[in-house]
Design a protein around this ligand. Structure first.
Ligand code: BGC
Length: 726
């Protein structure tokens, strides 16, 4: 492998990243982790008694039986110890249960038992709603519990490093605080039902290209501050009982074999004591994984590594205690689940209630990007509904997260039910390929011309995005862009609805009367969209990722997806709004942005507290005529000089409020020491640089309502970063 294959590539002045230099791995000083007892408090964690029983059982097992326990028995199940430890099931996934009958594939090709397909993470992320995600998590957990699933493989919370990433639809945000806090909410919900959530994919699984072999080369600060921070928050605020390692390597080692990631960071610094599971087929060197705490290899059934593990124990390369610790974690989880299952009072899931919740979540994740007042639709308006996605919705992504839904709501019948004869429909394109024809274009134009308002659904057909590959670019399919022009020429009162699991470039954005990002809405996405268009509910979302003007201008574009075996994160922190704000290259629609159907006033922004323990207060008033929701976002920026390169500002907290027309409330957002720290590569500690900061309080990353100066005293020393070498 060439170490820095593109060292001579032109650098923009705003991405002056030194070649990432993965440091050797001295022990970091862990920031005081929360006590283990606190982490093990959820109903999904094995109790002390269950752990003790598991330890006693494991201690009495011969070596081959202990080795058997630490890899699966089949695609989805663990081994039993007859009469002592039951076999249990782990299965996908992040926005709905995907339980396949028998020992089936893991790429979503064969059907699974019907389950509620909630909106995927791309949509849930845009809700910025911790309470809602906890409720969705509880429903996911309930469905898993009802199907006897011990571990649900989700949520996914890798950072959206580049919008072309193939699994962006499965990830929550471009920001680690938003991802981490929302993932923690999902985890708490799932685990309230006794089912273990499994946060994934630890760490830096930010692309699909060569995902099994690619080495993500990330400088230490960026790794800690961006790519690990979401997992840290999810672990500390959600206490997941399980965690999945990524396929890829990080700085030269497979993620699941890295002593730094697995032991020093996860177990020692964060105090994580749950089960660690490999991604399906991610194990490269089983002995190395066991040595650093990769407990369970999945899928199982082959026993491929058993002899190697036995030999490593025999010759002392693998301490027997490491194997036993892994076996005890697997057995504890299984014993715990068997007791939860036996005690279940409510064996069934309420699919009707879950469908209603999925509908609420889909509307809450819709982001209204612009609106000249055409939305919500005026009563009695004649409407042209254009786009085959209205009839055959794209509502989830493909791959391992693909759910067999209990039902699917399409937009067309939902709108027809309300609008009756005043609704005209034109397909515009083929829903599978996205391709159009002159005849389909002509029908679309005629429908648009004959109606007061046109609603046109465009986006990404399923063949353009899926787990397993990255998107080739950020534009809509050419026929969809052409269709937009045709419809806009026919009727400027056009509402563009964007469908798909990732952001697209919107070069035509100044033309439509409204643009609504509906993402992938889950099985109730169609009725949720009708609710939003008709104004039954407002679109409650805020962007969890920036929509760039030009994706090729993103600094990560120069190294995405990288070389076959190595991708260098040379853009360092300059991902998403951190890039747009620092480089003063505005996004087309900024992170945190989203309109509703009412109007807001945010004032009386002030600060209480001392040092780094601060509370931001803001008065939020719904000054419009309809109920609605607003998200107050707090960013921290360094105001004075810094020893290290920093983004202009970084999200450190947020609060979502729901208010009736005319109502007012005070929101409070707590900050703490970590809101101000940087990772110091010299001392391996989180440190606070003394001096001036600014707290920026906004309703998006660019719509700011208050700037609060803060001066911090600190004795911490931040090692200056080496000068940038081009
Ligand atoms: C995916 C995981 C998934 C697993 C099991 C893997 O290919 O990366 O996210 O949970 O398969 O289906």
């Amino acid at each position: 492998m060439v170490e820095h294959p593109d060292a001579a590539a032109p650098q923009s002045p705003l991405s002056p990243a030194p070649p990432p230099a993965p440091a050797p791995a001295p022990s970091p000083s862990p920031p005081s982790p929360p006590p283990a007892a606190e982490l093990s408090a959820s109903p999904a964690h094995p109790s002390a008694a269950q752990r003790a029983r598991a330890a006693a059982i494991v201690a009495a097992l011969p070596l081959p039986e202990r080795i058997r326990l630490v890899s699966g028995a089949s695609f989805w199940t663990t081994h039993e110890v007859p009469g002592q430890v039951p076999s249990v099931m782990l299965t996908d996934g992040p926005h709905g249960l995907r339980k396949q009958a028998g020992n089936r594939d893991h790429v979503g090709l064969s059907a699974a038992v019907p389950a509620t397909c909630f909106p995927p993470a791309v949509t849930l992320g845009c809700t910025w709603d911790v309470d809602l995600l906890e409720a969705v998590g509880a429903a996911l957990g309930r469905e898993a519990a009802a199907e006897d699933v011990a571990v649900l493989l989700g949520p996914g919370l890798n950072l959206k490093r580049h919008p072309r990433g193939g699994r962006c639809f499965e990830y929550l945000a471009e920001d680690p605080v938003l991802s981490g806090l929302l993932a923690a909410a999902l985890v708490r919900g799932i685990q309230s039902q006794g089912v273990a959530a499994c946060v994934k994919h630890y760490a830096a699984n930010n692309q699909e290209t060569n995902r099994m072999v690619v080495d993500a080369v990330i400088d230490e600060r960026t790794l800690y501050e961006l790519y690990l921070r979401g997992f840290e928050l999810a672990v500390q605020r959600g206490a997941p009982a399980a965690l999945m390692t990524a396929y890829n390597l990080v700085n030269g080692q497979y993620a699941g074999e890295s002593a730094r990631l697995m032991r020093e960071v996860l177990r020692d610094a964060w105090g994580y004591d749950g089960l660690v599971v490999s991604d399906w087929g991610a194990v490269d060197d089983r002995v190395a994984g066991l040595a650093v705490g990769l407990d369970l290899e999945m899928p199982g059934g082959s026993g491929a590594f058993d002899a190697e593990v036995a030999a490593a124990v025999a010759d002392g390369r693998l301490p027997e205690e490491a194997l036993d610790a892994a076996a005890v974690r697997v057995a504890s989880m299984a014993l715990h689940w068997s007791e939860v299952r036996a005690a279940q009072h409510e064996p069934d899931a309420d699919h009707a209630a879950h469908h209603a919740l999925a509908r609420r979540a889909a509307a809450a994740g819709c982001v209204l990007l612009q609106n000249d007042g055409v939305l919500p639709l005026a009563a009695g308006a004649s409407v042209a509904l254009i786009g085959a996605f209205a009839d055959e919705p794209r509502y989830q992504g493909a791959g391992s997260s693909q759910v067999t839904p209990t039902r699917v709501d399409a937009l067309r019948p939902a709108l027809a039910g309300e609008l009756g004869q005043s609704l005209r429909y034109a397909a515009g394109y083929d829903p599978l390929t996205g391709a159009s024809t002159p005849a389909l274009m002509a029908q679309a134009a005629a429908a648009a011309r004959a109606s007061e308002v046109a609603i046109v659904l465009v986006g990404l057909p399923s063949r353009l995005e899926s787990e397993g590959f990255d998107r080739a670019g950020l534009r809509l399919p050419p026929d969809h862009e052409h269709l937009l022009e045709v419809v806009l020429d026919a009727n400027p009162r056009t509402v563009v609805v964007l469908v798909g699991g990732g952001v697209v470039e919107l070069p035509w954005a100044d033309r439509p009367a409204a643009v609504l990002a509906a993402w992938l809405g889950g099985q109730a996405g169609g009725s949720a969209l009708a609710d939003v268009l008709l104004g039954v509910v407002e679109p409650g979302g805020r962007l969890a990722e920036s929509i760039p003007v030009d994706g090729t201008a993103l600094p990560a574009s120069r190294n995405f997806p990288g070389e076959p075996r190595q991708v260098q994160y040379r853009e360092r922190h300059l991902v998403g709004y951190r890039f747009h704000d620092t480089a003063a290259v505005p996004a087309r629609f900024p992170f945190g942005h989203g309109l509703g159907y009412t109007a807001w006033q945010v004032d009386d922004v002030r600060l209480t507290g001392a040092g780094t323990d601060l509370t931001v207060h803001a008065r939020v008033t719904n000054v419009g005529a309809r109920p609605g929701s607003q998200v107050v976002q707090v960013y921290v920026g360094r105001a004075g000089a810094s020893a290290v390169a920093r983004p202009a500002k970084e999200l450190r907290g947020f609060a979502k409020v729901h208010l009736d027309a005319g109502a007012s409330t005070e929101v409070t957002i707590e900050l703490d020491r970590r809101s101000f720290t940087v990772w110091d590569v010299a001392t391996k500690e989180w440190v606070v640089e003394a001096g001036r900061y600014e707290l920026l309080v906004g309703t998006s990353s660019t719509q700011l309502h208050g700037r609060l100066p803060v001066v911090l005293e600190s004795d911490d020393v931040v090692a200056p970063e080496p000068p940038v070498a081009d």
